[in-house]
Design a protein around this ligand. Structure first.
Ligand code: GLN
Ligand code: ZN
Length: 582
């Protein structure tokens, strides 16, 4: 499998060389992954694409070449470009995420004599294929592309799903019967291909239909009360009654924070490894108390409890919600060598009892400073889980939002005055195609507002976001209407600030990260003060917060202590300078 850069570069030689080597090694098929074709490419980019492949044509002769796209519908222009390429024998499309591509193939036609790799089996999720529906899709495609020219395929690489259900020792049989991991998907693809060739395994197809019917009607999936509550959300857009500047005033009267207040994003490194089950509460309490003392010593203004009780910011909440299952071995790659086990959202989501109040109130009782309650937002829980394929994503997101709303209100009742609802993955969830982005942002931002529309003015709602490239969605971020947002900034070389330089008005509190937590490097007080000064040049003094880019759990205490010391010192330095400049 090769990744070919779309633009003309000197890498072209390398691709040619690799192709030659593969040929010499006896390869008869080569697949080029070109997921970029599902983006909104302009005509120049498409031309470059054509050029790149015509340049390769000679090297590719004698080989079967497949160009594979996935993750969304291929736009009509790109479809035309790619299917017109000479020297290519097959084209692959994601027919799961791309729901309109099927019609495009039918209406625009398919080059005769070429093969179509029909991605009918979802490579990104853990649900079994609807074999009967796929078979009828395949029959219809066969009529367009011709007999023996259709190849049954997964919608994308199986890298995105878990490996094999046989490794799941803790899932009950019923839930297991509703799932298909990579190994099971390969069997499905094979069964479809055989059926297409006239050898349908009737028993396999009926078992598949029965499992789907059982999931559809199961009381573990359907919760009428949750469905009613989610449906009722449509009547309002869930905004807090007072505008953000009035709220910030009311909050400041209660919280009485200095200008440039300091805080962190939530997690602290673990001080010690945790021991036996019965010692659990005591051990966690010990961790929290150390983290609280430490922040008081560092003189941080708004404290966190350090999240020592959490395995993962999504898994921790998922485990306490109904309608969500967990695997023991359903690992998928997150990035680099980091893997995680996404929760499986299989049914209507609800949460029978408070999830974080116990730990947050314990932490608050240890200090007179404000203790931030720490929650993961609905969009991030949705995005980092395997989601239901039997209802729209926004429906599932609204249900999670209602569960988090209850938690926000429980925290408020318990006396927590500052509550952070992390939406680390909001930007990451943005659809690839521009035409789908507005709709996504609308329901994602609405879900966030649902979680905190019910709190009183003096309760300060924070949100936090990782990853860069916020500039194109800044208006949606503003529309989240949170009182304070802490946002990754240093790692992305302060690209974020340019949006404010360009004149976007941001009236709520904002804490662009002052240092990169992904690196062990310890920036000096002057360096951090310099960063804050850059922010002060584009943002009002009274809305700026001082905090790291993200949580500290991947760092070690010997790094965290000096860097937070410097961060607080930088904030103090600037407070003094600002006070004397008045
Ligand atoms: N509150 C979380 C933490 O500090 C946020 C992590 C994240 O944004 N990825 O660990
Ligand atoms: Zn983060």
């Amino acid at each position: 499998m090769l990744f070919l850069p779309i633009c003309y570069t000197d890498k072209q030689t390398t691709v040619r060389e690799v192709v030659a080597e593969l040929k010499a090694a006896g390869a008869s098929w080569i697949q080029f992954d070109e997921p970029t074709l599902v983006l909104d490419l302009d005509s120049h980019q498409l031309q470059a694409f054509t050029h790149a492949y015509s340049d390769l044509e000679a090297s590719l002769s004698g080989l079967n070449v497949l160009i594979e796209t996935y993750f969304a519908d291929i736009p009509a222009g790109a479809y035309k470009t790619v299917t017109a390429l000479k020297g290519v024998s097959a084209f692959g499309f994601d027919l799961v995420r791309g729901t309109k591509t099927l019609d495009l193939i039918k209406s625009a036609g398919f080059p005769s004599g070429k093969c179509l790799f029909a991605g009918v089996d979802d490579g990104r999720n853990i649900w079994p294929n609807d074999l009967t529906a796929s078979l009828s899709t395949l029959h219809a495609l066969e009529a367009t592309v011709g007999k023996d020219k259709l190849v049954v395929s997964t919608s994308c690489s199986l890298l995105h799903t878990a490996v094999d259900l046989v490794n799941e020792t803790k899932l009950d049989d019923e839930i297991k019967s509703w799932l298909a991991f990579a190994a099971q998907k390969v069997v499905e693809v094979n069964a479809l291909a055989k059926a297409l060739a006239g050898h349908k395994d009737e028993a396999f197809f009926s078992a598949n239909a029965a499992a789907q019917a059982s999931r559809k009607s199961s009381s573990r999936v359907n919760n009428a009360a949750v469905q009613r509550a989610a449906a009722a959300l449509r009547v309002s857009d869930h905004r807090r009654k007072t505008n953000v500047s009035a709220r910030l005033d009311a909050q400041q009267k209660k919280l009485n924070l200095p200008i440039l207040p300091t805080t962190t994003i939530g997690s602290f490194p673990l001080l010690q490894s945790l021991i036996s089950e019965d010692e659990y509460v005591k051990a966690i309490k010990g961790e929290i108390s150390k983290v609280v003392k430490l922040q008081e010593e560092l003189n941080i203004d708004v404290l966190v409890h350090g999240e020592p009780e959490r395995n993962d910011m999504v898994e921790y909440f998922g485990e306490q919600m109904q309608g969500i299952a967990f695997t023991v071995n359903g690992w998928v790659q997150s990035y680099g060598s980091r893997c995680l086990k996404p929760p499986i959202i299989y049914g209507d989501v609800s949460c029978p009892k408070a999830m974080t109040v116990f730990w947050s109130s314990m932490a608050q009782s240890m200090t007179s400073r404000p203790m931030k309650g720490m929650l993961t937002g609905p969009v991030t829980i949705l995005k980092w889980s395997f989601v239901r394929n039997d209802q729209p994503r926004f429906e599932t997101c609204y249900q999670i939002a209602l569960a988090i709303k209850d938690e926000v209100e429980d925290l408020e009742v318990a006396g927590i005055q500052v509550i952070q609802i992390d939406e680390a993955a909001l930007r990451e969830g943005l659809p690839l195609r521009k035409s789908e982005q507005a709709f996504y942002l609308e329901w994602a931002v609405h879900s966030f507002r649902i979680t905190n529309c019910g709190v009183i003015d003096t309760t300060q709602i924070h949100t936090h976001m990782c990853y860069s490239n916020f500039n194109d969605i800044i208006h949606s971020i503003i529309d989240m209407d949170s009182d304070v947002i802490t946002i990754e900034n240093s790692r992305s070389d302060e690209k974020l600030l340019s949006v404010f330089r360009d004149g976007v008005k941001y009236g709520a509190g904002i804490g662009p990260g002052v240092y990169d937590i992904h690196s062990p490097r310890i920036p000096s007080t002057e360096e951090i003060a310099d960063r804050i000064n850059k922010m002060l040049a584009v943002l009002e003094t009274n809305i700026l917060w001082v905090n790291p880019d993200c949580g500290l759990k991947t760092r070690k205490y010997p790094e965290v202590m000096p860097v937070l010391t410097n961060m607080v010192a930088a904030a103090k330095l600037l407070r003094t300078q600002l006070a004397s400049a008045r």
